[in-house]
Write a protein of this length. Sequence first.
Lengths: 186, 186
Amino acid sequence: MLRSIMRADAVRNLAAVLRTGARLLAEDPGTSMSAIASAAGVDRTTVHRHFATREALLSAVFQAKLDSSEKVLDEARLMAAPVAVALHRYVEGIIPVSREWPVDTRIKMQQDPAASTRRQEQSARLDAFIQRALDEGHLRRDTSPAWARAMLDQLVDSAAHRFPEIDAAQAADLVVDTFLNGLGTH
Amino acid sequence: MLRSIMRADAVRNLAAVLRTGARLLAEDPGTSMSAIASAAGVDRTTVHRHFATREALLSAVFQAKLDSSEKVLDEARLMAAPVAVALHRYVEGIIPVSREWPVDTRIKMQQDPAASTRRQEQSARLDAFIQRALDEGHLRRDTSPAWARAMLDQLVDSAAHRFPEIDAAQAADLVVDTFLNGLGTH
DNA sequence: CATATCTGCAACACGACTGTAGCAGTAATT
DNA sequence: AATTACTGCTACAGTCGTGTTGCAGATATG
């Protein structure tokens, strides 16, 4: 999609379709192109002009999410910054991304090998960070890396979608605190 | 569905369709009746004989899950047993249920008001238990009940589906420990 | 303003899924 | 063994979503 030689209104429409699509597909993965089109305020055929097939639209939505989250991963400096700092920065950055692109990247990605490998790369970066936190003694030594990773993902998801009214900074505090300390009295 | 006057093979088929349906619908909520039928080893029309419409099948799957989880809630004695005991018993009981009926009960329940209210009732029982744990000092006083509830749900989900190889008892240990203590070093 | 680009609208073909019906054959129940 | 209940198979109609085309009108761009 060569945005540089596109007319301005076309770029607007394309962005609207992408965002609306992400929102509706998150609510119901079976949402039709017609539904997305009308919700985005354009005709169904216009959507088809930008995205030849339904799969192409899904790919574009995933790509958009992957772009955003990759930027967050870069800026968090997971392997360079102190663990506590990197963790908080990542969470604070990824929550708005998760809210803007609420689609679940786990669904139906086997169709899109390019996006699939890209997702795995990003996942590996997070896994490496968890391992680092474990090695440096920030996590209990009996913690399974996979379990810690799952917890982090789930906490981010909860904060992003079940508590949409909390701003990212506060939500990050909550997530990190719960991740490290749990909810029980000590 | 009057199981008492049904023939034995019919009961078997019905159960197979229900379980297979739950499994496939969890992977992809858009799974067709044909796909469920063939995966269950019966003809498509046979499925229609048991469940007139697609919605009816979904309802039945949800009902089955609600039946199982209600039993767990009862046996956990959430308001009578000591908090720590009730929590562990609930988690240990609900994980197999979540594995057997992996469908997400949040999806498309507005169509089924009966199941919807039943789900809300069960949800309220868990909320009350969280509140009790808070009142009795088992949770940090600054904990939001809604956040604690979300955490519990997510932990159970993770243990049930992302770690299917761990047996329910061990998984319950892990969930409760993470819920109360988090993963950080203290 | 003149041009190229984009859009909405209407129409069409195609395939997939749903839901129904009849009937012959099979399996369970007494 | 006789009866009833159940199933597979085939066929059909209806609906919905997808993807494509043509054209006239609107909008951005220079």
